[in-house]
Design a protein. Structure first.
Length: 323
């Protein structure tokens, strides 16, 4: 296999992505935001002779003398090869960084012959449809009942391009929620970097009761998909099921704008079962990704203990890839 690095323009990258490539981590803008934060990003075309196989956006960081590549939700296959492992090995060998190189990957599905370090994550993904009736029919009955109640509650929903003040307000509220509930989130610097990069603004969906905000949700738009980024729900919002209404409006909004999929983030049925039920109630599909894994320097499978040192290799990337 042959790897071509950093030869595509932003426009060419977008055109080469298939319609099913809805993961934010393989969108050009995600890499641009990481670069704006001081990170190194390389974008690869994967070829087998004259056959174009796919794309891979790799984040690279230093760990002493090592260069650690992080490939999240990739490669994005245009024509999936019979041996996906060979493509990962080719990417590791060709990574355009001096010195010893390691590659960590979290693929869209399982790839044999890699060394798992962190157990797979299950994502909630909503397939968007042009007709609202199609999406509404997929809603679970209890979720639909709460939506009906929210629609009749007097809540007013606005959709705006989030301003700096909007994001500061929402980040402060979400930060307080994160500390109280003990969940991780992308750093505020990522949202600032994303907003500064070329592309659609973050979209803020706000529910108001008699003019006062009671809930809000922020989404990142990255054709052909969109991603829920963060949100807040106050006591009145929870009582009136405001997040059901906001998420439903977001589903309709992005479907009208030809987005194919809405990523609601990870499903955690152990520590956040209520949130998992909320996500699945939209008709979202539970999708298991491959494990976070080390692409070893050898090709043949052989026994290898995954010790604490190996597991720590994933740590430098956890802050910028919580979704």
């Amino acid at each position: 296999m042959h790897i071509r690095w950093d030869s595509l323009t932003e426009r060419a990258w977008g055109m080469a992505l298939p319609d099913t490539a809805c993961a934010m981590q393989q969108a050009w803008r995600y890499g641009a935001a990481v670069q704006a934060m001081g990170g190194a990003v390389h974008r690869a075309e994967i070829w087998d002779g004259g056959r174009f196989l796919g794309l891979a956006q790799v984040l690279v960081r230093r760990a002493g003398p090592l260069r650690l590549g992080w490939l999240s939700r990739g490669p994005v296959w245009h024509d999936r090869p019979g041996d996906a492992r060979a493509a990962l090995h080719a990417l590791r060998r060709a990574l355009p960084q001096p010195g010893p190189r390691l590659l960590l990957s979290m693929s869209e599905d399982r790839v044999p012959g890699v060394l798992p370090l962190v157990t797979p994550v299950c994502m909630a993904e909503v397939a968007l449809a042009p007709e609202p009736a199609t999406m509404r029919a997929r809603l679970h009955q209890k979720w639909r009942n709460r939506l009906v109640r929210a629609e009749a509650s007097g809540l007013k929903v606005t959709v705006t391009a989030a301003s700096g003040a909007d994001m500061d307000w929402l980040l402060a509220l979400d930060g307080a929620q994160a500390r109280a509930r003990g969940y991780r989130r992308l750093p505020p610097a990522f949202l600032a970097a994303w907003t500064a990069c070329k592309g659609p603004p973050p979209y803020l969906f706000t529910a108001r009761l008699k003019g006062d905000p009671v809930a809000a949700m922020l989404f990142l738009d990255h054709a052909p998909g969109a991603t829920y980024h963060l949100g807040w729900n106050g006591p009145q919002g929870r009582a009136l099921s405001a997040h059901h209404l906001l998420l439903w409006r977001a589903m309709r909004y992005f479907a009208r704008n030809t987005r194919r999929r809405l990523d609601l983030g990870a499903l955690d049925t152990v520590t956040a079962p209520g949130l998992a039920r909320f996500k699945l109630g939209t008709g979202a599909q539970a999708r298991w990704l491959g494990p976070t894994a080390l692409v070893p320097p050898w090709r043949r499978e052989r026994p290898c203990a995954v010790n604490e040192t190996a597991a720590m290799l994933a740590a430098p990337f956890s802050v910028t890839d919580d979704h």
